[in-house]
Design a binder for this molecule. Structure first.
Ligand code: AMP
Length: 304
């Protein structure tokens, strides 16, 4: 089993109703890799950073089994930077700044050792880069999961549609599902998006959980009700990393096992939001995960 993650490794400045964090380490691939590292012991990371990125953060990723051969470091370059501000409801946020920096010229070259990866997480990134990674693989992967955002639906729709047609599992939020499909009803949006190519679709609804669709079935996974959400940044990426990490660990890509994957993904998302940046997701233990999964079972188990 081998898992490849492509996405951003970044600096973020984040303001929430509970405070502000300046220039903390973030990025879709970074969050996805931490979440997946609790399920698999080797992850092939593909991304780009400048020489401003802290060595200690790279060492920590490496110590979790994250391979950095596919992480390009640009001498004299600046890492991707994103600044966001959350609304009081903590579900909606405004992007204040997106500085692509070294990402602007990123044309990933997959190391040979990555080319037969079986599970692929195409983290939020330009669709052209997501496609380029898929085209460089030597063998057809077992499962390709794609995450994206409203920005790419707006400015790169054609290449995004091509990337979507190449993936098995698409994960987007409810607002993006409506944008992509032009349908208001989530059920009709899902039916239309499944016609674009993916076999499975996960629609995330923030603190209201997530829905998994295929042609015949639908499953709902709640989000963990938490005392306090400090910073929702990275929740989607940790959800995706947890889901795909669990798929890779178990090697079972049936709809039934994806239901379990959704719950593990929701558990990983519930950790990252407890603190700013990557502070909490780095410190999770297997006992924490077990305890949270038991809480998930209790949350929605009932008899009639
Ligand atoms: P999430 O909260 O799961 O949507 O992920 C937030 C992370 O995505 C942050 O750490 C950002 O650095 C990163 N990010 C924000 N905008 C973009 C973008 N346009 N492309 C790639 N990554 C982004």
């Amino acid at each position: 089993m081998s898992l490849l993650i492509v996405g951003t490794v970044a600096f973020d400045t984040i303001a929430t109703p509970f405070g502000k964090a300046d220039m903390v380490v973030g990025g879709s691939a970074q969050y996805g890799a931490y979440a997946a590292s609790y399920f698999v012991n080797s992850i092939n990371l593909v991304s780009i950073i400048g020489d401003d990125f802290p060595q200690s953060e790279l060492d920590e990723l490496r110590s979790r089994g994250v391979q950095l051969e596919g992480l390009k470091v640009v001498d004299g370059g600046k890492s991707f930077f994103w600044e966001g501000k959350y609304h009081d409801n903590m579900n909606d946020r405004d992007t204040l700044i997106t500085d692509l920096n070294v990402l602007a010229d990123f044309d990933p070259v997959l190391p040979d050792s990555y080319k037969n990866s079986e599970y692929i997480l195409l983290g939020n990134l330009t669709p052209d880069i997501q496609i380029s990674v898929l085209e460089q693989l030597d063998v057809k992967p077992k499962l390709v999961m794609l995450d994206t955002m409203n920005l790419w639906i707006d400015i790169a729709r054609d290449s995004l549609m091509k990337a979507i047609s190449m993936c098995d599992v698409l994960t987007i939020n409810d607002e993006e599902a409506r944008m992509l499909s032009g349908e208001h009803s989530i059920v009709q949006a899902a039916a239309k998006i499944l016609e674009f190519g993916p076999r499975y679709l996960i629609i995330k609804k923030g603190e209201h959980g997530a829905l998994l669709f295929d042609q015949d079935n639908v499953f709902f996974a709640p989000a963990m009700p938490l005392d306090r959400v400090t910073d929702p940044t990275g929740a989607g990426d940790c959800f995706a990393g947890g889901f795909l990490g669990y798929m890779a660990k178990t090697g079972d890509i049936s709809f039934d096992n994806m239901k379990r994957g959704l719950i593990y993904g929701a558990a990983m998302a519930s950790f990252v939001v407890e603190d700013f940046g990557n502070h909490r997701i780095k410190r999770v233990t297997q006992a924490d995960i077990k305890e949270r999964i038991i809480r998930f079972i209790k949350l929605s188990q009932f008899t009639i």
